[in-house]
Design a protein around this ligand. Sequence first.
Ligand SMILES: Cc1ncc(C[n+]2csc(CCOP(=O)(O)OP(=O)(O)O)c2C)c(N)n1
Ligand SMILES: [Mg+2]
Length: 279
Amino acid sequence: MAKKTNIKQLKGIAKKIRQNIVKMILRSGSGHLAGSLGMADVFTALYFGGILNHDPKRPNMRERDRVIMSAGHICPVLYGALAEANYFPKRELWSLRKLGSNLQGHTVYKSIAGVENTSGPLGQGISQAVGLAYALRYFDKLSSRVFCICSDGEHDEGQLWEAVMFAGKHKLSNLVVIVDRNHIQSDGNTKDIMPLEPLKKKYEAFNWQCSEVDGNDIKEVIGALEKAISSKIGPWCVIANTIPSKGIKFMESDYKWHAKVPTGDEAVEALKELGLSSL
Ligand SMILES: Cc1ncc(C[n+]2csc(CCOP(=O)(O)OP(=O)(O)O)c2C)c(N)n1
Ligand SMILES: [Mg+2]
């Protein structure tokens, strides 16, 4: 896909992805807004900032890079980005979480073009990503990369650290984990529920390379991901410091919006903040 380096253009795409997220969750009446909105800039960098080797017209091409959703509940940001990149028609978005829909509340493998894994139980997607990275490199001998989207709350899962240890042992430089470091989880702030710091040092102790960026600064994210994929040493962890619910001021940085859906006046205000007058 052609690389779009113009930051203004990329910011416009991130806004459209945010609009998609809010519209699809409002229409469905359920879904995870905070993490999805916070990660819109990271997904813009991946799909539109020249990071991924992908082609929406050939979603199954063998040599493609894979995006694995470990934090499957923030799939509205994936769906919103895929629709924006023309993997499928936008009208599909409005079927989010409906019975029989291709767009479930957590990703379902091959349900629709561009979805690469089934998700739900936190901590498991990273194991899928590590296995995939290992197989692509050592069995298939492909240069494809695997980008795994993890959340910070997900680091409370022991299985995640087993996968991190395995990837470090096998020096999987084709693997990049992006951590949505938004400091919230379902029922509170991460520092109160399970403090994670020093997170960067933890990854480094497991023989990973690790960098930290402002996850809402598209240029910074692109820079960090370019560094990660051009490095021969790996695996890489990019800790993306994001603002949960970014783009809707009254929801920002409040864990209560982890999975809450705005109603009435809140919904009107949310749409207005994203430049929309109606659903
Ligand atoms: C193994 C497992 N336990 C619990 C859940 C329920 N759950 C879904 S999202 C979530 C919060 C995890 O924190 P985080 O992903 O950081 O939340 P966010 O930043 O998106 O608000 C929990 C506990 C789950 N999906 N899987
Ligand atoms: Mg979180």
